[in-house]
Design a protein around this ligand. Structure first.
Ligand code: HEC
Length: 178
């Protein structure tokens, strides 16, 4: 072997050994170990206390926004976000989700011909009022645990108001505004 090759080989070997030694020393110094308990508990996040998850942050009330909500904008948003799973017209077919005509003021699980989750079906006694819809559409799975509506939610309050105003319009005689 030439001297140059020897040098190169030695350099690689040295680097390798240095790498191993550094790793070994690192292990000795750092002792990675999982904590048994969460080190910090942030109020309201409810991580390690065993308490039920903290209440969802309060949503602004939707009622005051409905009077001036934009039904047309709501229709457009619904067309974009909801129409993959829902139809809206009277007598429209159920898709992945139920037809939504007349849902406002109707009971939860308002279509007798749709196979709802037991979570939704269990709320059948409750009518869909504006605040229920506000919470549901903000975060479906947080508001109704176990719902099959796989939709993240509409975080923008004005957009939610517009969509709810549009849902309200889907009726022969829409529910009174709050
Ligand atoms: C990925 C499909 C999907 C999308 C997107 C979706 N939904 Fe749903 N939706 C469902 C399913 C499925 C259900 C039935 C949930 C259950 O049974 O738990 C449902 C239920 C509902 C209900 C309750 C109906 C009833 O009869 O009680 C409302 C109201 C509703 N959706 C509104 C909307 C609106 C408004 C949007 C758009 C902003 C939307 N959904 C987007 C699938 C979807």
């Amino acid at each position: 072997m030439s001297l140059e090759a020897n040098k190169a080989f030695a350099a690689v070997l040295t680097a390798g050994i240095a790498f191993m030694v550094a790793g070994f020393i690192g292990q000795q110094i750092v002792h990675p170990k999982r904590l048994d308990k969460t080190a910090i508990t942030i109020e309201g996040v409810g991580a390690s206390t065993g308490a039920p998850a903290a209440e969802a942050p309060a949503l602004p009330e939707i009622g005051p926004l409905l009077a001036n909500a934009n039904v047309d904008n709501g229709r457009q948003i619904a067309g974009r976000l909801c129409s993959a799973c829902h139809t809206f017209e009277d007598g429209g077919a159920n898709k992945v989700g139920p037809n939504l005509y007349g849902v406002v003021g109707g009971p939860h699980a308002h279509r007798s011909d749709f196979n709802y989750s037991s979570a939704m079906a269990g709320l059948k006694e409750k009518p869909w009022n504006y605040e229920e819809l506000n919470h549901f559409l903000a975060s479906p799975s947080r508001y109704i645990r176990g719902t099959r509506m796989a939709f993240a939610g509409i975080s923008n309050t004005q957009q939610r108001a517009d969509v709810i105003a549009y849902l309200r319009s889907l009726a022969a005689s829409p529910q009174p505004l709050p």
